[in-house]
Design a protein around this ligand. Structure first.
Ligand code: AVJ
Length: 369
């Protein structure tokens, strides 16, 4: 998509002026407006499901795991004892947020891929807010710093941004409802118009990059790089693979928790299809299947049929064999070397790596220089 003046016109603009009482310590609070540049492109669940089930290796796209219920179950996953990823990334931010933020230039815009509402985002914003405290202890808005989360769910984006703006009134915020790269493209355009000297710091948390295939991930990094200027930076979070000593059962159990929450999360995709497409996939015929494939450095998730049945969608009847697996998600894992190589191919250079104490998870500063 080539940037045009039209493509950067907000389609929806919601304004919110925080009540003055929420701005104790600041003379004024920035208004919160949300920009929606998504247009009316929408997912076609039926087309995607049909295409996936007619493929030789049946699959369902992982984005369909995240309906309301799926998102709630994922939140539950993040606090499971077996699911170390979220806590490991949090540990890294707890220990290094200040170093990370101080690596950025004086004028920077923090872009987050995915609406941030949780602890990780708060840790970064807290550190940024500390930069806004003057020598005499007064807090003031720093107009040369901005926080801009990008998310495809407008409602979730707005709610989470509102809560963050209330808690961090000195940081100007501009949520952008868009696909990630579309949102970055829009923000680059605005940076060029409004503050060409601002550095963009693109934070991609959660090891969400692992959901993409290796090819898609490389293409994503390449496309992101092509939008950025030499001074900009990409702060990439990625779960580590087994090659620096992480035990294979740690990886296995993170996706096979004792309480069955990951199982419920995975199988929920079938509930969703039944509900939204009025199909009658026999839910009791399916079980959760997830394992670490060391050769590919990834966890592979499937829903596995325990008996023969067929699924009818739009006059199409698709047989499913006993023991047949339908692929639902990949969770790719990365060594530091893999990150370095993927970065180099896209003309990014890895200039800092942070990990948690167990070296389970990595946070990488990729410089667009
Ligand atoms: C949100 C994609 C990072 O891959 O660990 C967790 C999703 N799936 N348990 C991951 C997930 C099953 C998660 N990501």
């Amino acid at each position: 998509m080539t940037p045009t003046t039209q493509s950067i016109q907000p389609l929806v603009e919601i304004s919110f002026k925080p009540s003055p009482i929420l701005n104790i310590g600041a003379n004024f609070g920035p208004p919160l407006s949300l920009v929606n540049i998504r247009g009316d492109e929408h997912d076609s669940l039926q087309t995607d499901v049909l295409r996936g089930l007619l493929h030789e290796q049946k699959y369902l796209l992982p984005k369909y795991l995240y309906d309301q219920r799926g998102s709630e179950l994922f939140e539950e996953i993040t606090v499971l004892p077996e699911y170390y990823l979220t806590r490991a990334e949090q540990e890294i931010l707890d220990n290094h947020a200040s170093e990370i933020i101080h690596r950025a230039e004086t004028e920077f815009w923090l872009i987050e891929l995915g609406a941030g509402s949780g602890k990780k985002t708060r840790r970064l914003l807290q550190t940024i807010q500390e930069l806004t405290v003057n020598y005499n202890g007064e807090i003031s808005v720093k107009p040369h710093i901005r926080y801009m989360p990008i998310d495809i769910s407008e409602e979730f984006l707005y709610e989470s941004s509102l809560a963050l703006q209330r808690d961090f009134p000195t940081i100007p915020m501009q949520p952008v409802c868009a696909e990630f790269l579309q949102g970055v493209e829009y923000i680059v355009e605005r940076r060029n118009q409004e503050q060409p000297s601002a550095q963009l710091l693109i934070y991609f948390p959660g090891s969400t990059i692992g959901n993409l295939t290796r090819e898609e991930a490389s293409a994503f990094v390449l496309r992101l790089r092509s939008l950025l200027q030499p001074n900009d930076a990409f702060l990439l979070a990625a779960d580590m693979n087994h090659t620096n000593g992480k035990n294979l059962h740690i990886l296995h159990e993170a996706y096979n928790d004792a309480d069955g929450i990951t199982s419920a999360f995975n199988l929920n995709i079938l509930h969703r299809i039944n509900r939204e497409l009025c199909t009658d996939i026999p839910l009791d015929a399916y079980k959760h299947c997830a394992y670490y494939n060391a050769g590919e450095s990834r966890v592979e998730l499937f829903v596995e049929s325990t008996r023969y049945h067929s699924i009818t969608i739009d006059n199409c009847t698709i047989p499913v064999a006993a023991g047949e697996r339908i692929h639902t998600e990949f969770s790719h894992k990365f060594s530091e070397e893999m990150i370095r190589n993927m970065a180099a191919l896209a003309d990014f250079s890895l200039t800092a790596t942070w990990t948690d104490s167990r070296k389970f998870f990595g946070l990488y500063w990729l410089c667009a220089c």
